[in-house]
Design a protein around this ligand. Structure first.
Ligand SMILES: C[S@@+](CC[C@H](N)C(=O)[O-])C[C@H]1O[C@@H](n2cnc3c(N)ncnc32)[C@H](O)[C@@H]1O
Length: 257
């Protein structure tokens, strides 16, 4: 036994030296580590669009490798307003998860028929919902519906394919439900949204889940979380969370630094 003692001692010393070499430094042991810097506002990165053959539902224009989908035309208002929507997509759960101060201003970008705008309007009795769309027919529908419902704090607003056309720092939050993936100029749209949001303003981004083959929506009308993060983070937004209250959609929150 005694002749093994020197060997044992060498083994122990070698183990201690190796552990010191490989371990991550910690505050109590090892060299001092500088504290992590406070979150730095990410600067937007300019990314070129690319083009290629158009898929049946796409426009042949790509952003960060994703083919942009064709815009859903106003004749499909009936699909947006369908009664089964609650059962399929549970929009009431999404609306419950969008927390807004009573005087908040939220832009519903790609508002369509205003399905979300009207339901959110109750949350902001002293604020307003700016319902932005590029199709005047959608805005006509919104105006008629506002009158029918007697709602006065939903403001139809005509944007362009590149610009939300809203003043600087005028928004507390923005919502995009199943619309972002069909923006023909997502880079410009995100830049205009960054301009229109107040610092700390949030984006609620709902998109059909691209990772989930059970979601019965055409592939170009879905997005993965990774793709959405790639596009919004490179546009200078901070990813906050992806809550999972919905059966078909991501419910992602981003923040303008
Ligand atoms: C699939 S619909 C979704 C409507 C609504 N968000 C909903 O979930 O009921 C997409 C809408 O985005 C609009 N849209 C597309 N590109 C846009 C852009 N650059 N700016 C604003 N709206 C846009 C379309 O006109 C269409 O009304």
């Amino acid at each position: 036994m005694s002749r093994h003692i020197p060997l044992l001692a060498i083994f122990l010393i070698a183990s201690i030296v190796a552990w010191g070499w490989f371990r991550a430094p910690s505050a109590s042991n090892g060299p001092a580590v500088a504290p992590a810097p406070a979150a730095i506002s990410p600067a937007p990165t300019f990314v070129e669009y690319t083009t290629g053959p158009a898929s049946p539902d796409g426009i042949g224009k790509f952003f960060h490798g994703r083919e942009i989908a064709q815009v859903m035309g106003h004749p499909a208002i009936g699909w947006l307003e369908r009664t089964e929507r609650e059962q399929e997509e549970a929009p009431s759960k999404a609306i419950a998860a969008i927390d807004l101060a009573p005087d908040a201003v939220l832009a519903d970008i790609g508002a369509g028929s205003g399905y979300y705008s009207f339901r959110l309007s109750e949350k902001v009795p002293k604020g307003r919902i700016v319902a932005v769309d590029i199709q005047p027919e959608m805005l006509d529908f919104l105006r008629k519906k506002s009158a029918e419902l007697g709602i006065t704090n939903v403001e139809p607003h005509l944007g362009t394919i590149e610009d939300v056309k809203l003043p600087a720092a005028s928004l507390d939050a923005a919502l995009m439900v199943d619309s972002y993936h069909e923006f023909s100029h997502p880079r410009e749209m995100l830049a205009s949204l960054r301009h229109a949001l107040k610092p700390g303003g949030r984006i609620f981004l709902l998109e059909f889940r691209g990772e989930d083959p059970r979601v019965p929506i055409k592939p170009l009308h879905k997005m993965t979380e990774a793709q959405a993060r790639l596009e919004l983070e490179s546009a200078g937004f901070r990813f906050v969370s992806n809550l999972r209250p919905l059966p078909w959609q991501h419910f992602m929150i981003f923040e303008r630094p």
